[in-house]
Design a protein. Structure first.
Length: 338
């Protein structure tokens, strides 16, 4: 392990200056260039007493991969907000972020950046992910985990959210529960054409002994129009025997479902309860207001930025994957037993 004396000799500054910088002395005024030279030298020489804060604040140029599929709807609003929060979090950690909308363009400019953070669910081919890793070995994916052995990831714990929702509905007396979702892919070395929320719903509803026969609708995009269309199908198929409740994979779909129910005079929550996931701003203004599990964008992006910073400093080869918990924001469409 390097000593303060060795760092002082390496940088040309006094031991007192080096010591006060490494101990983050708030009363010590020093040029930013001097501070960064000392911190960089401490990392280069292996000085182990640099605080987590000091490690993270070393300025870095990073890229943000905007890996979304625009649908010109409420899902766009979710990713627009997520990107805004992510950019702010990166700036607070002294990271200069450049946004890329095309992964091939990012790969071509990989040498310009220390690492990257990707947001959005668009499927990426394995060969492209390997090229990305060659160009930028340090990266964090938000929301998805397309290459667990190549990159870190931060995701909402969607499987736990689905289980929590089913537990809450069952405790409220619901036994026949429907599901409305969209087409998605569970990624990794082996890809499956099934969204994780649908996968979790099928698994946990069976284990909990719930009746979901013929009540799963999970095709098409995560849009309001598709939510309305699938809601209309559910109503048409089960007009005389509606389920007790419907769990919806995303607020965009839930808005459409509520429209379909209202058009047929089906009252929520009297005739059917509705629970959703995401807690977007629109959930406050639907009729009735939508009970939805909150996905905390601040926590998602903060965890991603800190994970990337730690990866850049430690140069670790083992990848880390973090799940962010959630809670139900109770509104009018479903109020569980307390």
């Amino acid at each position: 392990m390097a000593t303060i004396k060795e760092i002082a000799k390496h940088t040309g500054f006094s031991q007192a200056t080096v010591s006060r910088i490494l101990n983050d002395d708030p009363s010590f005024s020093v040029k930013e260039s001097t501070r960064q030279k000392v911190l960089n030298a401490s990392l280069e020489l292996g000085y182990e007493n640099v605080s987590q804060y000091q490690r993270i604040i070393i300025p870095r140029d990073i890229a943000i991969l905007n890996n979304v599929v625009p649908d010109k709807g409420l899902q766009d609003a979710y990713f627009d907000e997520l990107r805004e929060v992510l950019t702010r979090q990166a700036k607070e950690q002294r990271m200069n972020a450049t946004i890329y909308d095309d992964i091939d363009d990012l790969i071509a400019h990989g040498g310009d950046y220390a690492g990257f953070i990707s947001m959005g669910p668009a499927e990426l081919p394995p060969e492209t992910l390997h090229r990305l890793h060659q160009a930028l070995p340090h990266g964090v994916f938000i929301d998805i985990n397309p290459a667990p052995n190549l990159f870190d990831s931060v995701q909402p714990d969607l499987e736990q959210i689905v289980l929590d929702a089913l537990d809450a509905l069952k405790a409220d007396g619901c036994r026949r529960i429907g599901f409305i979702g969209g087409a998605g892919t569970m990624m990794g070395k082996h890809s499956y054409p099934e969204d994780v929320r649908r996968f979790a719903f099928c698994n946990w509803s069976a284990r909990l002994g719930l009746d979901t026969e013929g009540l799963i609708y999970a095709d098409g995009p995560f849009t309001v129009a598709n939510g309305r269309e699938q809601g209309e199908r559910l109503i048409r198929d089960h007009a005389d025997d509606l389920p007790d409740a419907v769990l919806v994979a995303a607020d965009t779909l839930a808005v459409g479902l509520l429209q379909a129910l209202a058009a047929k005079g089906i009252l929520v929550p009297r005739d059917i309860k509705v629970v959703s996931i995401n807690n977007q701003e629109v959930a406050k203004y639907t009729s009735p207001a939508l009970s939805s599990y909150d996905i905390d964008k601040e926590e998602l992006t903060r965890a991603a930025v800190l994970m990337l910073a730690e990866s850049l400093v430690s140069k670790r080869s083992v990848k880390q994957h973090t799940c962010i918990s959630s809670h139900l924001v109770v509104r009018d469409s479903f109020a569980p037993e307390r």
